[in-house]
Design a protein around this ligand. Structure first.
Ligand code: GAR
Length: 214
């Protein structure tokens, strides 16, 4: 069974979607461990509900980013993962962590990258009256939200919608797409070579177009 480690900082609804996809065998793997950099978040309760071991590595206990990342890498590497999935993990990672995990480390980000790296993506899309908004799943490099994109999901943005409604729509896309991408990664239909994403002929993401969700 392929081993997935999930890193979170909050509610963990994407973690839940990944766990459910493993349990229903849509993903050929299992979440073996969850790590949060924030204590007492709901994502840790979700892990416990599924009897998945978890740990907290509180970034406030470290003097700088590098030492936090070293400890994070130390713990992650001992778990011997096939894939490390960031799911609402809200820390910028340095090369100490991203380099040794190159090709095995992915992130989900709530915007159509390269638009809106960083925070407050939904509000920026609304404020700019964008016609479309969406999500991106990408390999992680030390550049914030800047690694090679694997798949995107897009929706028309209804400017009458409230921020909460937009976040809700985006979450639904995330919960649908992240498990599908993880399944393909573990089945070797997607990989990284020379910093470029490679797709097998039967990958559903090979067209590199955002999947449309409305
Ligand atoms: C998700 O929308 C995810 O895309 C976003 O945080 C949310 C976490 O929700 N991640 C980022 O903004 C990373 N830059 P969840 O904890 O319910 O999965």
């Amino acid at each position: 069974m392929k081993r997935i480690v999930v890193l979170i900082s909050g509610s963990g609804s994407n973690l839940e979607a990944i766990i459910e996809a493993c349990l229903s065998q849509r993903i050929n793997g299992e979440v073996v461990h969850v790590i949060s950099n924030v204590p007492d978040v709901f994502g840790l309760t979700r892990a416990a509900n599924h009897k998945i071991p978890s740990s907290v590595i509180n970034h406030n206990d470290f003097i700088d980013r590098e030492s936090f990342d070293r400890e994070l890498y130390n713990q992650v590497s001992h778990l011997n993962p096939d894939l490390v999935a960031l799911a609402g993990f809200m820390r910028i990672l340095t090369a100490n962590f991203t380099n040794p995990l190159k090709g095995k480390l992915i992130n989900i980000h709530p915007s159509l990258l390269p638009k809106y790296p960083g925070l407050n993506t939904h509000q920026q899309a609304i404020d700019n009256q964008d016609s479309h908004h969406g999500i991106s799943i990408h390999y992680v490099t030390e550049e914030l939200d800047g690694g090679p994109i694997i798949a995107q999901g897009a929706m028309e943005l209804d400017l009458q919608s409230s921020l909460e409604e937009v976040i809700d729509q985006i979450h639904r896309i995330e919960h649908n797409l992240y498990p599908r991408v993880i399944a393909e990664l573990l089945d070797m239909k997607v990989g990284l070579k020379d910093n470029t994403v490679q797709f097998s002929h039967d990958s559903e993401f090979k067209d590199a177009q955002p999947l449309q969700y409305n």
